[in-house]
Design a protein. Structure first.
Length: 557
């Protein structure tokens, strides 16, 4: 038997025999549902045989036969009713298990999210792509036949989405583009480190989405439920369908706060904060200002995360503030990093270590935050050093800055666009999808091995615009991405170590060394971060003005 679990209450399997029933009972099942009509196969036992054997071992049984490929709405409703009436857990079966998995998917639509249903069925080995529109429509067959259609559809209205839309409009002003994003507000997320350090006001980092969508670009304010790349279609929540000629995918990352036990309940109180949220970054600065003594923990989860330097930026700016107030000697700073190095590009580590020593911070590598008890000010970390068993350690704190675990959004991870790890699968040079040649991706959600930063998206947007327009004209990709990313490490108020690098950790400085030497802290780099980069973002990047972002041409071999 090949039994696959969908939920604690339901598993599915291919055809079973009467001889299997005792083992099914011993496995803990209390009921079975047969979804295969009698006589479908020559070697198939009848339902009557199965039912009799089930009674003999004490299993309830129900017959709900479904013709292959013809699962009706009323069949899904009947399956849901059967699950409610039968004692669980239940095993449903058909020839392969697909009909049973389909019935469950449609019965659960409206109760579970599309992504949760697709994730459960995918994990069990069943592809529900053929009924995704019905799942998105609450399990019912859609009656709406009219689809919206655009030459280019962009998923996500963040830094990547708006920038690439603006870059496309600069190249082809008449191009019909739609951006799909449910959010009302667009955030300049690189500014949140500065908010947490008392330099920026949070309101400086937020603007309405409507004010930033490029002129002439349609904004569909909705959430994406699923993709049908074989039909050039995007399915929205509520089962609206948007068709495209070409698709650009850049919805950003999911911050998985719930993956750390107790974290959601204590965020924003009990001394627990994070610069990874707009509403919490001011609380970081509030805690830093009030703290005079005690332990401050700064955490970093396993990679990948957006802006890998942000967890230690919070440490440096906090340490600098305590140093200036003369209370640093009373504060025990702990940097608990799930990884094994301070920073992934070794050229910048010496300068950073000087500040680790200045602030007398303890570096605890291979420490991954797994649980928090806010009221008692305690946290637990799994310590997974190489070649040793995982050990769980407890630490008390007075303040804790948390960087949450991060993944691709659920609707991306379960989609046909994702690789085995859940990221959009692209060619790292052209940023074109490896399977679907009318799909591109940029920003944090794709699987190229670059740093996930806004600076990376600034370079990627013109590259995709250049390559997409070349494709529309029947040509090959014209521009290539070298993996550029930038991380301005705020080591103290007024000084920054400007890390700029590409694939393989190659140094990719934007400025002459006499102006900004990225391996050393500098005032010039601070001015760049504080004064120049915000207007470059708002007035340049999001407007299609590709300042310092001219696409690198592909050189013919």
């Amino acid at each position: 038997m090949d039994i696959q679990t969908l939920t604690a209450g339901l598993s599915v399997s291919p055809q079973i025999t009467a001889d299997d029933l005792r083992a099914i009972k011993e496995a803990g099942f209390r009921s079975i549902i047969c979804n295969r009509p009698d006589g479908e196969g020559a070697d198939q036992p009848t339902y009557e045989e199965i039912h009799k054997a089930a009674q003999e071992v004490g299993l309830d049984a129900q017959y709900l036969p479904i013709v292959s490929g013809k699962v009706r709405d009323e069949d899904a409703a009947a399956f849901g009713a059967a699950l409610t009436s039968l004692p669980g857990p239940t095993l449903a079966y058909c020839r392969t298990g697909t009909r049973s998995a389909t019935l469950w998917s449609l019965a659960q639509a409206g109760t579970l999210s599309v992504a949760d249903i697709l994730a459960a069925t995918k994990a069990a080995g069943y592809d529900m792509g053929g009924v995704v529109r019905r799942i998105a429509n609450g399990g019912k067959t859609p009656t709406e036949t009219g689809d919206a259609h655009f030459k280019v559809v962009i998923i996500g209205g963040g830094a990547g989405g708006i920038s690439v839309a603006a870059s496309l409009k600069m190249r082809k002003p008449g191009l019909e583009i739609a951006i799909i994003d449910p959010a009302d507000i667009h955030y300049y997320q690189p500014g949140w480190t500065m908010v947490g350090g008392g330099i920026f006001d949070a309101k400086q980092t937020a603007r309405t989405m409507g004010s930033l969508i490029p002129r002439g670009v349609h904004w569909i304010q909705a959430a994406v439920a699923a993709f049908e790349p074989q039909n050039n279609a995007v399915i929205l929540d509520g089962c609206r369908v948007v068709k495209y000629d070409r698709l650009i995918v850049c919805p950003g990352l999911k911050l998985d706060w719930g993956k750390v036990e107790g974290l959601v309940e204590t965020l924003g109180r009990n001394g627990v904060t994070s610069n990874y949220r707009y509403d919490l970054a001011p609380y970081t600065w509030e805690l830093v200002q009030k703290m005079r003594a005690g332990r401050a923990i700064f955490t970093q989860p396993p990679m990948p995360i957006k802006c890998a330097g942000a967890p230690q930026k919070a440490l440096y700016l906090s340490g600098d503030a305590w140093h200036r107030k003369g209370v640093l000697k009373n504060i025990d700073i702990q940097f608990n990093n799930a990884g094994g190095v301070l920073f992934g590009v070794k050229d910048y580590v010496p300068a950073l270590m000087e500040y680790v020593e200045k602030y007398e911070a303890e570096l605890n590598f291979f420490h991954n935050l797994v649980a928090v008890d806010g009221p008692s000010r305690r946290a637990w970390f799994d310590v997974a050093k190489p070649d040793t068993e995982v050990e769980r350690v407890e630490m008390e704190f007075d303040m804790m800055h948390v960087c949450p675990p991060q993944t691709a959004p659920d609707f991306i991870r379960v989609s046909p666009l994702a690789d085995a790890a859940g990221w959009v699968d692209v060619d790292p040079a052209t940023l074109r999808h490896k399977t679907y040649d009318n799909i591109w991706s940029l920003g944090d959600v794709m699987n190229a091995p670059n740093a996930k930063t806004a600076a990376a998206a600034r370079i990627q947007a013109p590259i995709i615009a250049e390559n997409l327009v070349a494709d529309m004209r029947g040509g090959a990709p014209r521009a290539q991405y070298n993996g550029y990313g930038s991380c301005p490490l705020t080591v103290e108020r007024g000084k920054i170590v400007l890390a700029e690098f590409g694939y393989g950790g190659a140094m990719l400085p934007s400025f002459p060394k006499f102006l900004i030497d990225g391996t050393k802290p500098s005032r010039a780099a601070w001015l760049l971060k504080e004064r120049m980069l915000p207007p470059v973002y708002w007035k340049g990047m999001l407007k299609g003005r590709e300042w310092m972002a001219k696409p690198e041409k592909i050189v013919a071999g």
